[in-house]
Design a protein around this ligand. Sequence first.
Ligand SMILES: *Cc1c(COP(=O)(O)O)cnc(C)c1O
Length: 390
Amino acid sequence: MVYLDNAATTQIKKEVLDKMLPYLTDKFGNASSTYTTPGAQARRAIDEARDIVAQALDAQSSEVFFTASGSEADNWAIKGVAYANCGKGRHIITSKAEHHAVLHTCQYLEKQGFEVTYLDVDEYGAVSADAVQNALRPDTILISIMFANNEIGTINPISQIGKIARENRVYFHTDAVQAAGAERIDVCEMNIDLLSLSAHKFHGPKGVGALYVRRGVKIDNLIHGGAQEMGRRAATENVAGIVGLASALGAASETMSERTEKIAAMRDYLIGRVISEIPDSRLNGDPTRRLANNAHFCFRYIEGEGLLLHLDLRGFIVSSGSACTSGSLDPSHVLLAIGLPHEIAHGSMRATLSEDNTMEEIDAFVDALKSIVSTLRAMSPLYEEDAAAK
Ligand SMILES: *Cc1c(COP(=O)(O)O)cnc(C)c1O
């Protein structure tokens, strides 16, 4: 199998799993029982993990809170800030290309009486800092703009947006689930107040994430109960998951530049071959300001789900648009937001690489893709018609 769906999830690294296993076996203590040896072991492991995550973001350890997913981190950031600051205002700014964990949370808040501006994105899927500036109102309490898009890989001008947010004293949250471990993140320099990440997107385990909350940010709790996570998030800690998240993020941060360089070279080779060898194909997302591992295309006269299935039969795992929306037949909201018509958006395919891929795999993949696209087109009446008309 050739796995090219790393934006949906990544394989856990052996070293990460090895670090986690003791906390699922011998070191099973509850981190809140610090007066016992197993409890203290668990507490120490969580403290160390918090330090590692803080270091990767250039944050303080006391500003890092572990959650059960990236989705929870997004929900907490947005609902938490909305509820804690509704005395000041009820207006939130986000974009049309956000992950559903942000979009659906904002839609939920609209039903609770908040007002949300969903900014347009440009043809590459980026939010402009000027658009953020122009959308600000006296009652704006939060800007939530993703670091990098999970479908088309476009990276947003985070530092510029952060600067605007800070100058206007509005909180700035960024969903950095795709960027963490792949892009340099400095929450101080970039003026980020809240940031979400998720372990399974950088070769860590599923079911654990983190929310960075700058000291002093007014935010309500999302999960109520015990005093875990410095009283901000109840629930007995997922010690093994937290250890896994930190170990994976630490490793990803250490190897970031050489790894992303290697991945980007494979990605550029893949894009070059597809665009030059497959007629009527287009690259979606920004040609340069994009995640190192993301290649996203539309193929005219092709139905994405069918393409996916044929590739799967040959052992190539990619996605059509995003994993979260597949299963529904609506074209991706991101592709509609960059202005693609429905019929073209339907023929989309995302290949997201990891350092575990090889050039040989990329070649085999493009060969298979070429042959499947031409077979499917040969069966398409629309393609025949257009070809005849040309
Ligand atoms: C995967 C993803 C999420 C959700 O993270 P989970 O840990 O799977 O809940 C949120 N935002 C983006 C951009 C993602 O890619």
